[in-house]
Design a binder for this molecule. Structure first.
Ligand SMILES: [Zn+2]
Length: 379
């Protein structure tokens, strides 16, 4: 079932085995009750199918759900940071249901284990650390249907990827890493264009390992994030011009953003382990939004696990910048000079410049990336 080489020296998938929930379209599909999934649930389903959420084989039951909220572990004790649940109006009649995408097209079946009640405010408080409905993840949670439906899934129709050339399942990234002879691979999660600061930290990380997986999230994001198409073009021009091709893989991460900050950082790391990454970059306010999380919360939360429990090694980074005196990229960890010597531009300032067709200083953004963004602002 799995094409993963048993002779590679890559990190093992979370829980030991890469899950594969792909199967045949069942004959009795037409007679099954249908549950229509939201875009977030569809992203989760897609990741269950590919093994990105190994060892999960379906949407969580109550024991796993409660255990994840209480202790950031599945009921069996394996670390897991966020619920992966399917919300429904009520218990279905039969013991199997069809799962449909947003257009109503059936894509999977679920073998019903149980339906259970859940407390939205409690889940918000624990998973998002806030019950504020203005938080985009909490807002989505509050809009969900009132019960969760648990059961294993079998996916027979994959989601058509937005970027087919970047769509790689965990078994495929693992095969690429193995073929290149990599053992230590660092994953970089991003939902923004890569400016010099991010280029710097990915390269600092790459100096210590065999390869780099640039793994931009292309699932649902907030409407004010830069569109995925523009971001993907930024990654392409940056990698073509400034990274050695044989040390880097760019591939899409099909998850939907939850904006759960610290817990999402753990969840992102576990997913990347399934893709074959031994290391994972965690910057300031990873997966955060607004001012809901402390700057270092997403790094500190890793201390709640023993190192061997997660297996994948987090690599923590500070905010970095170009220092005119150092004559290089640096951070507060490596540069003793004052802020006046640093090239700093606020996000607002950068957007303003790009909107006016101006290139930000090359110490801040590579020309090729700036040009892609200026073009995107024009259209
Ligand atoms: Zn300096």
């Amino acid at each position: 079932m799995s094409a993963v080489s048993t002779t590679d020296r890559l990190i093992h998938p979370h829980g030991g085995t890469l899950v594969d929930r792909l199967g045949e379209r069942p004959d009795d599909l037409g007679s099954l009750e249908t549950v229509q999934l939201t875009s977030r649930e569809l992203s989760d389903l897609e990741m269950l199918a590919s093994g990105a959420l190994s060892p999960l084989e379906g949407f969580m039951d109550q024991a796993d759900y409660e255990s994840v909220l209480e202790s950031m572990r599945l009921a069996g004790g394996l670390p897991w940071a966020l619920p992966v649940c399917l919300a429904v109006d009520g218990p279905p009649q039969g013991d199997r249901v069809a799962l449909a995408d947003e257009s109503g097209r059936p894509v999977a079946v679920l073998d019903v284990e149980a339906a259970f009640d859940y407390d939205k405010e409690r889940e918000a408080e624990v998973a998002f650390r806030t019950t504020d409905a203005a938080h985009p993840g909490v807002e989505r949670l509050y809009a969900q249907k009132p019960m969760y439906l648990a059961g294993k899934v079998t996916v027979f129709e994959r989601t058509v990827p937005q970027f087919p050339e970047l769509a790689k399942d965990p078994r495929e990234t693992r095969a690429i890493f193995a073929e290149r002879g990599w053992r230590r691979v660092v994953g970089f999660q991003t939902r923004n264009p890569i400016h010099r600061a991010h280029e710097y930290l990915t390269k600092v990380a790459l100096e210590t390992v065999d390869g780099l997986l640039i793994h931009p999230l292309v699932g649902d994001t907030k409407s004010d994030d830069v569109p995925a198409k523009t971001r993907v073009e930024c990654y392409r021009v940056l990698v073509d011009g400034y990274y050695p091709a044989d040390r880097v893989v760019v591939s899409a991460f099909p998850a939907a953003m939850r904006y759960a900050g610290p817990r999402e950082a753990i969840w992102h790391a576990i997913c990347r382990k399934n893709y074959g990454c031994s290391h994972f970059i965690v910057g300031r306010d990873h997966a955060g939004v607004g001012s809901y999380y402390g700057t270092y919360d997403a790094q500190l939360i890793f201390d709640e696990f023993e190192p061997h429990e997660l297996d994948i090694e987090p690599m923590f980074f500070e905010h970095s910048f170009w220092c005119k005196v150092c004559g290089s990229m640096a951070s507060a960890k490596t540069c003793p000079h004052s802020g006046d010597d640093h090239v700093f531009l606020s996000g607002t300032k950068v957007r303003e410049m790009l909107g006016n067709g101006e290139e930000p200083p090359v110490e801040f953004t590579r020309r090729e990336v700036a040009d892609v963004l200026i073009e995107a602002y024009r259209s």
